[in-house]
Each structure stands twice: as C-alpha cells, then as structure tokens.
Design a protein around this ligand. Structure first.
Ligand code: URA
Length: 209
C-alpha cells in the first residue's frame, strides 16, 4: 500500500503476537512495546540524510558517516504513545520530544486536546509521531494538524497496529505523512477498537483496565 510500510521482520511479528495475547502481564506488555519500538525506530530512520565528520581513530584520521541535520523530534500522543517513544529514545537518545495530549471521547470517538508542548523549531526537524493504535485516525490526524500549525512539514507516523479505516483517514487528510506499522488488522468494531487488535493499548501498558 502506497505510503504505508508494514514491518514484517520476524522479531517484530513474533513480539507483536506475544503482545496481542490477553494473558500477557502489564510488565511483559510494556517491555514488549519498548522492544518493538526499538525495531520500528530502526526501520523508520533507515533513510535519514547522512554526512561525514572528520575523526581520529587510534590508527588514523577518517571521514566517518554521521546523521545529518538537527536532532529529530519524537512526538508521542499521550498517553499510550509515550511507551513507543521511550523505546525509540533508547536507540535515539538525543531526540527531542513533543508531547501531545489527546483523548478519545468515548461517545463520538473525536480527539480532544488537553496538552501540547513541542520544541520551537519544528520546521527544521524530522518529526516522528507515535501512537500504538491507528484506529479511527482521529487522534493521529488531529496531532499532525497541530504539529503542522507549528511549522512541522517533515512528519512520519509510527504505530503498532493500524486499521484500514485509520489509514484511509490519514491518507485523506495528510497524504504527505508516511506510516510505519507492525501490522494492518481487519477492521474497527462498533466501539472503535481494532480487531483482532490487542485491546486498549494505554490500559494494557499502564495496568488501568
Ligand atoms: N485505541 C486502543 O488502545 N485500542 C484500539 O483497539 C483502538 C484504539
């Protein structure tokens, strides 16, 4: 599918199956999210622009490859997105973080914003938005709208699971934002949950169910 990368690496797929299992403990779930996040971070950054820097090894000088440009920004959608961005931060520790507080109104499924704090120079940075579940797409598209209003124009979206409905919504409103996901599931149910899915990601990460 154009603009959507499904990360089919066996480690990602195996860990995702462990994650879906309803008997997984809260600590096990959280740990798996961090591990998958690291693997997704590897994939979503694979085409970052590179430069070289003159360094001295113990043996001689060399022009060593380095990532070019300003530090990238991870933009977790609160609260479940935090677990994804924390895993990614383990691989990219110098990344900046933009927090976007949105919750889903349980009746309308609309995204309601309650917090936004981001670096001021988003226009100069790659911004990677994280949310484990791309369900209706309402939260993701609202978060991206806010980031664009603050100048961001180089944006990628990373999730664990995507529903076809969420992908369609993202591509309708933000066709310039590519998506990385570990799987595309069948559909949304009548309550807006992804099926087969993994349940409420925030509740399973934080043990609030
Ligand atoms: N958010 C979740 O946490 N799970 C879903 O299935 C859909 C949205």
């Amino acid at each position: 599918m154009q603009g959507v990368t499904v990360v089919k690496h066996p480690l990602v797929q195996h860990k995702l199956s462990l994650l879906r299992d309803k008997t997984r403990s809260t600590s096990g779930f959280r740990q798996l999210v961090r591990e998958i996040a690291m693997l997704l971070a590897y994939e979503v950054t694979h085409e970052l622009p590179m430069t070289t820097k003159r360094i001295e090894t113990p043996l001689q000088a060399m022009d060593a490859p380095m990532i070019d440009g300003k530090k990238l920004v991870l933009a977790p959608i609160l609260r479940a997105g935090i677990a994804l961005s924390e895993g990614m931060l383990e691989l990219i520790p110098s990344a900046r973080v933009a927090h976007i507080g949105l919750y889903r109104d349980h009746d309308t499924l609309e995204a309601i914003e309650y917090f936004f704090k981001a670096p001021h120079d988003l226009a100069d940075r790659l911004v990677i938005v994280t949310d484990p579940m791309l369900a209706t797409g309402n939260s993701a598209t609202a978060a991206i709208e806010r980031l664009k209003a603050r100048g961001a124009h180089d944006i990628r979206f990373v999730c664990l699971l995507a529903a076809p409905e969420g992908i369609a919504q993202m591509q309708a409103l933000h066709p310039d934002v590519p998506i990385w996901t570990a799987a595309i599931d069948e559909k949304l149910n009548e309550k807006g949950y992804i099926v087969p899915g993994l349940g409420d990601a925030g509740d399973r990460i934080y043990g609030t169910h």
